[in-house]
Ligand binder design. Structure first.
Ligand SMILES: C[S@@+](CC[C@H](N)C(=O)[O-])C[C@H]1O[C@@H](n2cnc3c(N)ncnc32)[C@H](O)[C@@H]1O
Length: 184
């Protein structure tokens, strides 16, 4: 997958339709509604070209991606934000996002790695978007449908509780929120 995204970003392509238009509006509206405290430290896992955050107030932002091409480009373009590669994830963040990434992971081991990273490097809230049902015309070159039941348990096992689900208006894209469980 790294090769796919590097090639795509090297061709000056963007992160895809999910970073703009109606889906971006849905993400912004959902986060406003949830009153996610955007002044806290934020990790954006699979950040892409960060166009998703256009016109959205983000302060203490760290973008992480599998593509070194987009990380290099982002560092130049957005010097006031931090950008890291997957292997450089060491810090803890208050809130983590993983938007339009899950269905671009083809390998189960990689999917689990991403979820474990999110679970173990986030203090309060994890926001994930995924497909609630399999859309038609999934392109197996860079897309795969994962049912929530195939991965949600990882976060639960690692101390997180599923708190809400938000529908985008199409039948496929949803946003779900996990909060850290209180330890007894
Ligand atoms: C469709 S883009 C979404 C970008 C951004 N989150 C957004 O919503 O606009 C998917 C991004 O996930 C990244 N990605 C794919 N697999 C990944 C993985 N295993 N770990 C980290 N990033 C990954 C890709 O490089 C790409 O930038």
């Amino acid at each position: 997958m790294k090769e796919y995204w590097n090639k795509r970003y090297a061709g000056r392509c963007n992160s895809g339709a999910g970073s703009s238009g109606l889906f971006r509006a849905f993400v912004h509206e959902t986060l406003h509604g949830l009153r996610i405290p955007m002044e806290k430290s934020l990790l954006d896992y699979g950040c892409g070209d960060i166009q998703l955050w256009k016109n959205f107030r983000i302060e203490d932002y760290t973008g992480l991606d599998i593509s070194n091409t987009i990380i290099r480009r982002n560092k130049k373009k957005f010097p006031h934000h931090k950008f890291i590669m997957q292997d450089d994830l060491t810090e803890m963040y208050d809130v983590s996002f993983c938007i339009s990434v899950i269905f671009h992971i083809l390998d189960k081991k990689e999917l689990f790695r991403v979820l474990v990273d999110l679970a173990t490097h986030t203090k309060e809230t994890i926001v994930i978007s995924y497909w609630e049902q399999e859309p038609p015309n999934v392109n197996p070159e860079y897309e795969r449908y994962w049912a929530h039941s195939e991965w949600g348990f990882i976060l639960v096992d690692l101390g997180w509780k599923f708190t809400s689900l938000h529908y985008s208006g199409d039948k496929y894209n949803v946003i779900c929120v996990f909060e850290k469980r209180e330890t007894e």
